[in-house]
Design a protein around this ligand. Structure first.
Ligand SMILES: Cc1cc2nc3c(=O)[nH]c(=O)nc-3n(C[C@H](O)[C@H](O)[C@H](O)COP(=O)(O)OP(=O)(O)OC[C@H]3O[C@@H](n4cnc5c(N)ncnc54)[C@H](O)[C@@H]3O)c2cc1C
Length: 458
């Protein structure tokens, strides 16, 4: 059956909006965050409730349509959209319910980090998510969820109490510690392989105002700063965190004019400790060498979460590569510096997110996320607004990755990867891959959900 006929059969069961390539809004709605992705689905089903999701999945399955699930549309490789098939789009399902009495929150499958932070901050609490608030909670959580609060409160999945989801056969289930616990294990790191999550149930943590901001150093101080950082952060108390970055100082009033356009190494701090203690504990690191800027202060947690949103609006070209790291060796520091000196554009950057502390208190086999023994999740991104610089940012990212990969743990965080083939997916899940493949066979034997970092049914 053609996709048009399939869509005709979906319409009577569907409350939201179904967009076809001939529709006015189609061109705008098919865009995803990464401007490098240019896919043209046969139809986009913009769901407004669970019944819509069930209907869309059933019709897609009966008609054997290639099906993508879209949460926040931020995926690096554009895995929230597909060419020719159906997109089950949850971006209109963004409600959040906080329950202060149980210190938990329910978030619908299309929420962004900003939706979640806004709702929970009103109660002086937060669930750990990522570092850019426009990112979708769904994709981020299903891959693991790494961010400012990881050292203190673990990955996003370590705060996940359960999910409600629509499976490939159209049934609706809850997965948590008590019901479908194998599925609950798999969705904590296994990505969008197992069904469409319509809502997430998270534990909340007492996070309100944080002591945060950047310290910048000139690039030539990189060896000094990186060597001090690798020692500092692994012994720092868990209420202190900071990720390491290479960046070009953006020409915005937030930063002194004399630094605009300068390539720098940096630590972006986020401390949940009381201000005096945070200041005192981080002071030694913030005083290493000669910092060019030290702009750490008090801010509401959502302000930190959305600090970079304006610098990285949707539609830029992004090329990604990533790896986990157990250590920052002297040899890797040489590779870092050589490639940081060649940062190809103002938006391009490299981040090393610390994932020790609370993340290490969960075992590699306790959830599908298999790199708890790593100390950092690294990501290299070539980014630029201009599509004609696509090759430039791609080549830089690949060369940097090639130089650094020999010093890594071998696999990458799935959410920092593009579409890089099956070997890289296996390297990400390591010893957990076979168990994931068995669970995939049980819940999605035909690999209906395959627009993702795909786990093949065993
Ligand atoms: C600028 C930027 C900053 C980022 N920062 C961080 C960070 O700090 N920490 C971090 O951990 N990650 C970060 N990421 C990576 C991010 O976690 C992934 O890109 C993630 O896939 C985004 O989720 P999404 O819902 O926006 O993506 P989408 O493109 O909508 O979907 C991505 C994948 O998730 C699946 N999916 C989406 N929604 C659902 C759903 N409701 N049910 C089932 N499957 C679903 C899709 O099938 C697809 O495979 C960042 C990404 C960007 C672009």
């Amino acid at each position: 059956m053609s996709i048009q006929k399939a869509i005709e059969s979906l319409k009577p069961q569907f409350r939201g909006q179904i967009l076809l390539p001939s529709d006015k809004d189609y061109e705008e709605v098919r865009k995803v965050y990464n401007g490098m992705i240019d896919k043209r689905p046969g139809a986009i089903a913009r769901c407004v409730d669970i019944a819509d999701v069930i209907a869309a999945v059933r019709v897609a399955r009966e008609n054997e349509l290639l099906t993508a699930i879209r949460g926040g549309g931020h995926n690096a490789g554009g895995l929230g959209i597909c060419d020719g098939g159906l997109v089950v789009d949850l971006s209109r399902m963004r409600s959040v319910w906080v329950d202060p009495s149980t210190k938990t929150v329910r978030a619908e499958g299309g929420c962004t980090g900003s939706d979640l932070d806004h709702a929970t901050h009103a109660f002086g609490m937060a669930t750990p998510t990522g570092t850019i608030a426009t990112t979708g909670v769904a994709g981020l959580t299903l891959g693991g969820g790494i961010g400012h609060l990881s050292r203190r409160y673990g990955l996003t999945i370590d705060n996940l109490l359960g999910v409600d989801m629509v499976l490939a056969d159209g049934t609706y289930v809850t997965a948590d510690d008590k019901q479908n616990s194998d599925l609950f294990w798999a969705v904590r790191g296994g990505g969008g392989n197992f069904g469409v999550v319509t809502s997430f149930h998270f534990r909340l943590q007492p996070v309100n105002v944080v002591h945060a901001g950047p310290t910048f150093w000139s690039l030539d101080q990189t060896p000094l700063v990186m060597k001090a950082y690798r020692e500092f952060i692994l012994q720092a108390p868990e209420d202190v965190s900071g990720f390491f970055a290479f960046l070009t100082v953006p020409p915005v009033p937030l930063f002194p004019e004399n630094l605009h356009g300068k390539k720098m190494c940096a630590i972006i701090w986020c401390c949940t400790a009381a201000p005096e203690r945070a200041d005192q504990v981080t002071k030694a690191m913030r005083s290493v060498g000669k910092p060019a800027l030290d702009a750490v202060g008090q801010m509401p947690f959502p302000a930190l979460q959305s600090l970079f949103d304006g610098l990285y609006p949707p539609g830029l070209q992004w090329y990604w590569r990533a790896d986990f790291f157990k250590e920052i060796s002297d040899a890797s520091i040489d590779a870092h510096l050589q490639n940081a000196e060649k940062l190809p554009t103002g938006h391009s950057t490299m981040h090393l997110y610390p994932i020790d502390g609370a993340v290490h208190r969960v075992g590699n086999k306790d959830t599908a996320f298999s790199y708890r023994d790593a100390n950092w999740a690294g990501v290299i991104v070539g980014v630029d607004p201009n599509p004609s610089n696509k090759e430039k940012i791609t080549n830089w990212t690949k060369a940097y990755f090639d130089a650094l990969h020999p010093h890594s743990s071998g696999g990458a965080y799935v959410n920092f990867m593009m579409d890089e083939g099956q070997d890289r997916v296996r390297a990400s899940f390591r010893d957990n891959y076979d168990r994931l493949a068995s669970i995939k066979k049980k819940y999605d034997p035909t690999n209906f959900f395959r627009v993702n970092q795909n786990i093949k049914p065993a």
